[in-house]
Design a protein around this ligand. Structure first.
Ligand code: ATP
Length: 289
């Protein structure tokens, strides 16, 4: 990503906060996020540079993970990930004890989890789908998220304090089935950044960059389809999944070899639950392809 177009002060901030990572460079992610507006990128860079946690909030397939990966790439900072689910427990965050052999003697060793690793190494921690976690699990890391930047590891009793460079990026998909509204105390600890779907020329660029589809007319129809799907979702006519950019990119790729309507059927229509929704998308596709 070209950061030369960002305001000078933000470029300097980024430069000063880059981590000269020598360890775990394999965890520095690659970029590729196309921000719908410059502000989105500026706000995230500023907040993270100032040591604040950011919460990326947006619908499924809007590029939240890609955005977090791009921030890891821009700051040249390794990033550990946690994917939340109802099964997420203290061990999946902090780490676990296991039996090991040292010079033929059995010992108990602690295998650090993503929170411990990111804190000790001063890396980014990405917490995906944070509102999927059980409400009782996350308060465990409240101390990590506020000014204390400290946690007592419940398995070793070690007090872990975050090294310089530690930062938290979380993502939520509000309103998605299975999610719970994010507890206020937790939300309070984040700077919230809305991540909408990209549309128009930017989406055209994304299709060009990340799929193998080259037919200009087809690409233009897919951009229109995406726009119509986003509108229908915002009007409550379709469930959120229908407008996922991830699904649209799949349809673009498939349409290199399949008729576009079949590509749309496989990538978008057949994922919808209700017949009414399926026919709605099929009708939209009929008018375009
Ligand atoms: N603005 C964007 N820039 C670059 N890639 C994007 C963008 N929007 C969507 N994508 C692409 O769409 C796909 C889904 O993106 P990603 O996994 O980051 O979405 P997400 O918001 O994290 O989704 P979910 O909420 O379902 O986890 C990826 O292939 C990603 O590259």
């Amino acid at each position: 990503m070209n950061t030369n177009q960002l305001p000078k002060a933000v470029q300097e901030l980024l430069e000063n906060n880059k981590k000269q990572a020598t360890d775990h460079q394999e965890l520095i992610r690659s970029g590729g996020y196309l921000p719908p507006s410059e502000e989105l990128l500026v706000d995230a860079i500023v907040a993270l540079s100032m040591g604040k946690n950011i919460l990326l909030k947006g619908p499924t397939g809007a590029g939240k993970t890609k955005f977090a990966e791009t921030l890891s790439s821009l700051f040249e900072r390794p990033m550990y990930s946690v994917n939340c689910s109802v099964d997420l427990d203290a061990e999946s965050l902090m780490g676990f004890k296991t039996l090991a052999y040292e010079e033929e003697k059995q010992t108990i060793q602690f295998v650090p989890g993503p929170v411990t690793n990111a804190m000790k190494q001063g890396s980014f921690l990405y917490i995906d789908e944070i509102n999927m976690a059980k409400p009782e699990t996350l308060p465990l890391i409240n101390g990590v998220l506020d000014y204390r930047r400290t946690i007592t590891n419940p398995f070793t009793n070690e007090i872990v304090t975050a090294a310089e460079g530690f930062g938290v990026i979380a993502a939520i998909n509000e309103g998605y089935i299975g999610t719970v509204p994010l507890n206020e105390a937790l939300k309070n600890r984040f700077i919230v950044i809305d991540v909408p779907y990209i549309q128009g020329e930017q989406l055209e660029q994304l299709i060009n960059d990340s799929t193998n589809l080259t037919d200009k007319q087809l690409i233009s129809h897919f951009v229109t389809l995406s726009n119509d799907l986003i509108t229908a979702v915002s009007q409550g006519k379709l469930s959120e999944d229908a407008a996922s950019i991830r699904a649209l990119l799949d349809a673009c790729d498939l349409s290199i070899y399949l008729p576009p309507k079949r590509a749309i059927l496989r990538s978008i229509v057949d994922k919808l639950e209700e017949d009414r929704e399926k026919s709605f998308v099929e009708n939209l596709a009929d008018t375009l392809f």
